[in-house]
Design a binder for this molecule. Structure first.
Ligand code: SD4
Length: 317
C-alpha cells in the first residue's frame, strides 16, 4: 500500500491539496479528499476559473462543469453546463452515489442538486460581471458572436482544479471542477467532466486529472491514456509525458501556448505531472502543481516538466 497523498493542478491547488490531505489524515477516503479539495477552490471567489467567481460564457452566464471518480468502486459522477448551483464537485458526487446515471447537464443538473438540498445561488461575482462587461464591449466579443472562433484566452480566464488522491486503505480517486473557458459559447462543455478526458482512475494502477485547452484535449482521452501508461509500467511523470506527446502528434495544429497539462498519482503514492509548454497564454506563466503527503503536508508547489517538442511522435512507437 502506498503513502497517502493528494496532487492538484495550479498554485490554487496548494490549499486544496493540503485540505484534502488533512481529510485523509482524519480517516477520510480518497473520494472525501478529492471533494473537499475541490470545494475549497470552488468556494474561493478569487479563483476566476472554478466555481463561485468563475468567468461566465459569451452570454454572461456562469456554467460549471465537474466530475468525480471513485477507484474503489469504479463509479463516476459528473455535472456539466450547470447554472446557479455552488460546489459542483459535490453535486457530481451525489450523481455518482444517489442516481443511476453518470452525467447530468444544464437544467437537469440544477434540478437534481435542488432535490438533494442544495440551494440556488448565482455563481457570478461582481468582479466576474465586470470582466464580462469589458469583454462584451471589445472587438474580440464581436468576433465570437459573429464568427465563433476559439475565444481569446488570458492567463486568468480559464484553468481547472484537477485532483487525484490516494487514501490510507490504498484506494484512489480523481476529480475536476471548472467554469471552463471564459466567454465560451453557451452550452459548451470541456474535457473536465468527461471520464477518461478530464479525469480517470483505475484502482489497480493510478489516477490522473487534466487542465488546459479542453476542446483539443478531449480528442485524445488524455487521462485514460495516462493511467493505462502507468499500468504498462511507466512512472507517473513518464505516463503524463507520453499522453501529451500523443495529443501533440495527433493534433498537429494544437497551438502552444494554448496548453495542456496532467497530474497523476500511482498506486504506490508517487506523484507525476507534465505540461505541453510553459506559457499557457502568458509568456511568464509556468506550469505549476501542488502535492501534499506526509513529507509535504501543507502542499508543496512544483513546476514543469514540459514535453520535449523535438521528441513528439511523427508516428506512434
Ligand atoms: C476546459 N480544461 O473547460 C478546461 C479549462 C482549463 O486550463 O482547464 N483550462 O477546457
Amino acid at each position: 500500500m502506498g503513502l497517502p497523498g493528494v496532487i492538484a493542478t495550479w498554485p490554487f491547488g496548494g490549499p486544496a491539496a493540503s485540505a484534502g490531505f488533512q481529510r485523509l489524515l482524519a480517516g477520510g477516503s480518497a473520494v472525501d479528499a478529492v471533494e473537499v479539495a475541490g470545494n475549497i477552490v470552488e468556494m474561493d471567489p478569487s479563483v476566476s476559473s472554478v466555481g463561485y467567481g468563475g468567468m461566465p460564457n459569451a452570454l454572461g452566464v456562469v456554467e460549471l462543469d465537474a466530475a468525480i471518480m471513485d477507484g474503489a468502486t469504479h463509479e463516476a459522477g459528473a455535472v456539466c453546463a450547470m447554472v446557479d448551483i455552488g460546489t459542483p464537485i459535490s453535486i457530481a458526487r451525489r450523481v455518482m452515489e444517489r442516481s443511476p446515471h453518470v452525467m447530468l447537464a444544464g437544467i437537469g443538473a440544477r434540478d437534481f442538486a435542488l432535490s438533494q438540498g442544495f440551494i440556488l445561488q448565482s455563481q457570478l461575482t461582481p468582479q466576474a460581471q465586470q470582466r464580462w462587461d469589458e469583454w462584451r464591449n471589445s472587438e474580440a466579443a464581436e468576433a465570437v458572436v459573429a464568427h465563433f472562433p476559439t475565444p481569446p484566452l488570458a492567463p486568468d480566464n480559464h484553468d481547472t482544479i484537477g485532483i487525484c488522491a490516494l487514501d490510507a486503505h490504498g484506494n484512489l480517486a480523481a476529480g475536476c471542477t471548472t467554469s471552463g473557458m471564459a466567454w465560451k459559447l453557451a452550452g459548451r462543455v470541456g474535457d473536465s467532466p468527461i471520464i477518461g478526458a478530464g479525469l480517470y482512475v483505475d484502482n489497480e494502477f493510478g489516477a490522473a486529472a487534466a487542465t488546459g485547452h479542453g476542446d483539443e484535449m478531449m480528442k485524445a482521452c488524455l487521462t485514460y491514456r495516462t493511467v493505462m501508461n502507468m499500468a504498462k509500467g511507466m512512472s507517473p511523470t513518464e505516463a503524463c509525458i507520453e499522453s501529451l506527446r500523443y495529443l501533440l502528434s495527433r493534433r498537429s495544429t494544437f497551438n502552444n501556448p494554448y496548453g495542456a497539462a496532467i497530474v497523476s498519482i500511482r498506486k504506490d503514492g508517487e506523484f507525476g505531472s507534465a505540461a505541453t509548454c510553459s506559457g499557457f497564454e502568458a509568456p511568464s506563466r509556468v506550469w505549476s502543481w501542488a502535492a501534499a503527503n506526509d513529507n509535504t503536508p501543507n502542499g508543496l508547489i512544483s513546476t514543469g516538466p514540459y514535453v520535449d517538442l523535438s521528441a513528439v511522435y511523427s508516428t506512434l512507437p
